[in-house]
Design a protein around this ligand. Structure first.
Ligand code: ATP
Length: 367
């Protein structure tokens, strides 16, 4: 219905704050794009520029391929949903949802029908006569959604729409919102600092840090193949293990990654060996997800990482093992016996098979 393109967009506020720094981003027709990043990274400013509530300092914003920098907000066919719902307290739910239609002159009859359709799609058909103060937080958010979709906009802009709700309701509504938006086929830009929300709802995620776009891709791409060390460390819980290693190429045999007192050996037929070979003699950072580290019995032959478990953190069906080599592994509880033994201080070493998700150069991971 609508495509959005940001071309080299920068926003500098009058006090000199560079809120958005040379961002280029495309949102395809019908795509659910999530802007993710910590507080203050510039997500809302991007959204407000797309809405026309803020002018870019430099760069271009295109809607459906047309330059929209000077297009007034009301001509952008955009609907916005904010975290504070912003419902009119004196109006009923039905009147709140139908308000944008009334503004654009739709007659009462067709307006009522459209409101009833939208309300039933959102599961709030039975509260149309109530006032917002008589609703739960989740119902209020559905009314805000209803008011946004009633006019069949070309683009949804949502700024942390779930952040005022409790966690159970958030999970429920995030499935509901992404399902509804996909059904409607409306392009959406959704801002959040919650990575679970981003990874579960998005077609693609755009990750920002200090005004700069770090990575854009499907949830699987940004999680599995992060473009920068920052993204590698930011996404995922527990945080990705990032270990420094020196690379030594032993021609025709293998590539060794020296990690202090131990080494990992990658045979040449392993594609990861070829990926790091050109860093011969250099120090690099290797990234390994905790779930990619599998415990193996002591004495298991082959390529293993070895570490002493400093402590275990139990999470029901699995435990996180924090190792003295600066890495975290996930251990499933049916491996319980020996793991517990070690945690009790028997001092036994455990050995870990390694899987490297990605190998990157140097960079900073601080927020
Ligand atoms: P949050 O998740 O906390 O809303 P955000 O990622 O959406 O954060 P923005 O609201 O876009 O971040 O703000 C980006 C930066 O621009 C911040 O440093 C913020 O303080 C600054 N900023 C926002 N609005 C203004 C303004 N009107 N004048 C000056 N600086 C501003």
């Amino acid at each position: 219905m609508t495509t959005v393109a940001l071309k080299d967009v920068t926003k500098v506020f009058p006090d000199g704050t560079v809120a958005v720094d040379n961002v280029s981003l495309d949102v395809n027709d019908g795509e659910f794009m999530v802007l993710l990043g910590p507080s203050g990274c510039g997500k809302s400013t991007v959204l407000r520029m797309v809405a026309g509530l803020e002018d870019p300092t430099t760069g271009a914003i295109l809607l459906d391929g047309e330059l929209a920098n000077d297009l007034p907000p009301r001509d952008r066919r955009i609907a916005m949903v904010f975290q504070d719902f912003a419902l009119y307290p004196h109006m009923t739910v039905g009147d709140n949802i139908g308000f944008p239609l009334r503004l654009s002159g739709v007659e009462q009859g067709p307006r009522g029908e459209r409101v009833a359709d939208v309300a039933s799609a959102l599961g709030i058909g039975d509260v149309l006569a109530r006032k917002p103060s008589q609703l739960s937080g989740g119902q209020r958010q559905r009314v805000a959604m209803g008011r946004a979709i009633v006019r069949r906009p070309g683009l949804f802009l949502m700024d942390e729409p779930l952040s005022n709700l409790d966690s159970g309701l958030r999970a429920e509504l995030r499935a509901e919102i992404s399902g509804l938006v996909r059904e409607l086929g409306v392009s959406t830009i959704y801002v959040t600092h919650d990575q679970a929300e981003a990874l579960t709802m998005a077609d693609r995620v755009a990750i920002m840090r200090k005004g700069v776009l770090q990575d854009v891709g499907t949830p699987t791409q940004v999680y599995g193949r992060p473009a920068t060390l920052y993204v590698a460390a930011f996404l995922g819980s527990p945080r990705m293990n990032l270990l420094e290693a020196s690379v030594y190429v032993h021609l025709d045999r293998y590539v060794a990654l020296n990690l202090g007192e131990q080494a990992l050996y990658l045979p040449w037929d392993d594609i990861r060996a070829r990926a790091v070979a050109h860093y011969h003699g250099e120090r690099i950072v290797i990234g390994m997800r905790a779930e990619a580290l599998t415990p193996v019995a002591p004495g298991t032959p082959g390529d293993v990482l070895q570490g002493r478990i400093r402590y275990l953190e139990h999470h029901g069906h699995e435990s996180l093992a924090f190792l003295d080599i600066g890495a975290t592994a996930i251990m499933v509880d049916d491996l319980g016996g020996p793991v517990t033994e070690t945690a009790n201080g028997s001092g036994r070493f455990r050995r870990f098979g390694h899987v490297m998700q990605r190998l990157t150069g140097r960079g900073s991971t601080d927020a």
